[in-house]
Design a binder for this molecule. Structure first.
Ligand code: GLN
Length: 488
């Protein structure tokens, strides 16, 4: 097994047993990036010097005989909307092309505390708006499983980097599916944590009532390790909560691994998820996975989420509304791309705003700003934004009702297989439809895991396991059991 084949646990053991050094491990990944990333383009920025110096620090700890944390020396990649102090952070946009992060995001601070190694920043749809990574201002990422196809999005660079073994794990962000869908398209594991489970301080805001940061990994065990490292209350993000506090987390319970049994579980399968539009190959694999859980002894129950069809339209009102407000800060004055030229410029302040934004933002971002501004404007607010929020409540009620009957929900991640580069980029509505199974989870705020459950030809398919709020442990455990039966 080569160094780039290793999972986090395997690499950790190798480091501890001194089979290889952190520097050797880091160099193996930097070499892999040099070899493969020219065709995949998962990375926007590679921080070779930082990575090597972080790896060296870990080697020093090991030679000093110190016990190292599990993520120490493990090479990782970070989606380019998460700030690392002193490193460029573009959000995939021309408007932030030369923006250097002035501080560390909380997740980065936490990983630095674990002695993590950062290889670089990964490509994404501009400001995380999209499902294919084609909306990046710097060019598309390719799917390592088939270079003619998209890796999904918006965390396509992160998922592709893990799948191409250009890093051991990556961080992504998920506002409407951006961790789960690329994980599914690239055949890796992705977790969208519960809203509030992970601090968003230092995450470039997209739609603040929906955004969450989460891990993309090679397997479920690694996903648990990274989630444990990044989760938790942070005073810099007032929406974050302490998962280990019985007072803050109503669903807090410890599941001793030995007692966790699939046969004690009730798993719900929403009838609204298996309808026209779902690729038959995907349907077959997801149903086969559900069957496997049944064979393991789980009680499978058909459930109903009656407002499913309204989740996508509600999301595409709420998401652009919040995005239009969050993106108002890029004005060409405070920071980022600007057309303002001191001395020679005769533009008024408004001209500077309009031109900087017009030139700095790509088409999809401008589309969302227009849609969002429209739905929030006087006279339309009640008809669009308010109505969408009411629909959101109905969707949330559906899930709450179902979660009284079952422990978790199973279904597909994406209705279609990874599509060809260029196939949908000119057709926004068909791009939005790809999110049909993922956006409701963000509207409701619950956690969901995307797990490889087979392939159609060479194209990976993901199973989605949706949990109750703050029950990441349970969906990860459910996912791991499936992974284990597949390995048998
Ligand atoms: N594809 C969805 C959108 O474009 C989700 C994006 C995301 O989760 N960041 O909004």
């Amino acid at each position: 097994m080569g160094l780039t084949d290793l999972t986090i646990t395997q690499a950790h053991q190798g480091l501890v047993k001194k089979e290889f050094s952190a520097l050797e491990l880091c160099k193996a990944y930097l070499d892999k990036i040099k070899e493969r990333d020219r065709e995949i383009f998962a990375f926007l920025t590679v921080v070779e010097n930082l990575a090597l110096s972080q790896a060296k620090e870990v080697d020093d700890l090991i030679s000093a005989g110190e016990k190292i944390p599990i993520l120490a020396g493990i090479p990782s990649a970070i989606k380019d909307v998460i700030l690392i102090e002193g490193i460029r952070c573009t959000a995939g946009s021309k408007i932030l092309e030369n923006y250097v992060a002035p501080y560390d995001a909380t997740v980065i601070k936490k990983l630095k505390g674990e002695k993590a190694v950062f290889l670089g920043k990964t490509n994404l749809d501009e400001f995380a708006m999209g499902a294919s990574t084609e909306h990046s201002a710097f060019g598309p990422t390719r799917n390592p499983r088939d270079l003619t196809r998209v890796p999904g999005g918006s965390s396509g660079g992160s998922a592709a980097a893990v799948a191409a073994q250009e890093c051991i794990y990556a961080l992504g962000s998920d506002t409407g599916g951006s961790i789960r869908q690329p994980a599914s398209f690239c055949g890796v594991v992705g977790l969208k944590p519960t809203y509030g489970a992970v601090s968003r301080y230092g995450l470039i805001a997209f739609a603040s009532s929906l955004d969450q940061i989460g891990p993309i990994t090679k397997n479920v065990e690694d996903c648990k390790i990274v989630f444990d490292a990044i989760k938790g209350k942070d005073e810099m993000d007032s929406t974050s909560i302490d998962l280990n506090s019985k007072f803050q987390n109503p669903n807090y319970k410890q599941i001793p691994n030995s007692k966790f049994q699939i046969r004690n579980l009730r798993l719900g399968v929403p009838k609204e998820y298996f309808v026209k539009g779902l690729d038959p190959g995907i349907e077959k694999l997801v149903k086969a996975a559900i069957k496997k859980y049944e064979e393991m002894g789980a009680k499978i129950e058909e459930v109903s989420l009656p407002h499913t069809e309204y989740a996508l339209p509600a999301y595409y009102i709420i998401n652009p509304s919040e995005a239009s407000a969050n993106l108002a800060r890029y004005d060409g004055i405070k920071f980022g791309y600007s057309v303002a030229k001191p001395q020679t410029n005769t533009d008024t302040l408004l001209d500077v705003y309009l031109k900087s934004r017009g030139q700095g933002f790509g088409q999809e971002v401008r589309r969302r700003i227009m849609l969002g501004t429209y739905s929030l404007s006087a006279g339309y607010y009640e008809a669009y934004y308010l109505k969408a929020q009411k629909v959101r409540t109905l969707v949330k009620n559906d899930f709450e009702k179902v979660f009284k009957e079952v422990d978790a929900i199973l279904g597909p991640v994406s209705p279609i297989l990874p599509f060809k580069i260029g196939e949908k980029v000119g057709d926004p509505l068909s791009m939005y439809l790809v999110d049909v199974y993922t956006v409701a989870i963000n509207l409701v705020g619950v956690p969901a895991l995307s797990l490889p459950c087979g392939k159609v030809g060479q194209l990976p398919v993901g199973l989605q396991i949706i949990g109750k709020p703050f029950e990441e442990d349970i969906i990860l455990e459910i996912g791991e059991k499936f992974e284990q039966t597949c390995q048998k």
